[in-house]
Design a protein around this ligand. Structure first.
Ligand code: AMP
Length: 213
């Protein structure tokens, strides 16, 4: 199973990708998580990505395409994968298409999760994640106590780039660089659009229905 999930920041790609990866026993490839891990470890990649992410901009296509090639050809992806956060530009989408054709990989579905800007601002303002197990919370809706993860007891923290001023920049970058990827996959005939409003399980069910068909 090879799935691409995409859409604006905060639509729930990460949450849905995690559920799909568990269900189909495939790898969840989150390029944002890969970069944040590299930053936490202070690697060369992390040092390059830190300021770019903090500014709400995109890491260069060359770097991202290199990362994806390494992950996709790794053993962990033998059963398939769900891509979350890649491709984010038409250059990346084009490189992925070539990579898939070279590696004989077929995409099962490209799923675009759709919500409007107001909802995104609202969701990201309240999005916190566990510093240990990376579980995601909405501190407005979820029952949490003292910013402690109910899964593992780790501390809940807000991503620097989820602060409202950076979210506005990320939305602008999304519209300029990433929105055209939707047209790319429409033209390829792979695109499915899912309404991302509402409960996590409802969105998940809609995605599963698409995958079933
Ligand atoms: P995410 O967790 O997917 O929202 O990604 C966080 C940040 O990592 C983005 O705002 C970008 O700065 C960077 N990033 C993640 N994936 C990509 C990508 N495919 N291309 C460029 N930058 C990326």
């Amino acid at each position: 199973m090879q799935i691409i999930l995409f859409g604006p920041p905060g639509v729930g790609k990460g949450t849905q990708a995690k559920l799909l990866a568990e269900k189909f026993k495939i790898m969840h490839i989150s390029t944002g998580d890969i970069l944040r891990r590299a930053i936490a470890q202070g690697t060369e990649l992390g040092n390059k990505a830190k300021d770019v992410i903090g500014a709400g901009k995109l890491v260069s296509d060359d770097i991202m395409i290199g990362i994806i090639r390494n992950v996709i050809t790794s053993n962990g992806c033998k059963n398939g994968f769900v891509l979350d956060g890649f491709p984010r530009t038409v250059v990346q989408a084009d490189a992925l298409k070539k990579m898939f054709s070279e590696l004989n990989i077929a995409i099962d579905a490209v799923i675009y999760i759709d919500v409007d800007d107001d909802e995104i601002m609202n969701r990201l303002k309240y999005r916190y994640s566990c510093s240990k197990c990376h579980s995601i919370y909405n501190i407005h809706n979820d029952k949490i106590y003292d910013y402690i993860c109910t899964e593992c007891g780790g501390n809940l923290i807000q991503r620097d780039d989820d602060k409202p001023e950076t979210v506005l920049k990320r939305l602008k970058v999304y519209k300029e660089a990433t929105a055209p990827v939707k047209k790319f996959y429409e033209d390829e005939g792979f695109l499915h659009v899912v309404d991302g409003f509402g409960k996590i399980e409802n969105v998940y069910n809609k995605i599963n229905l698409i995958l079933k068909n």
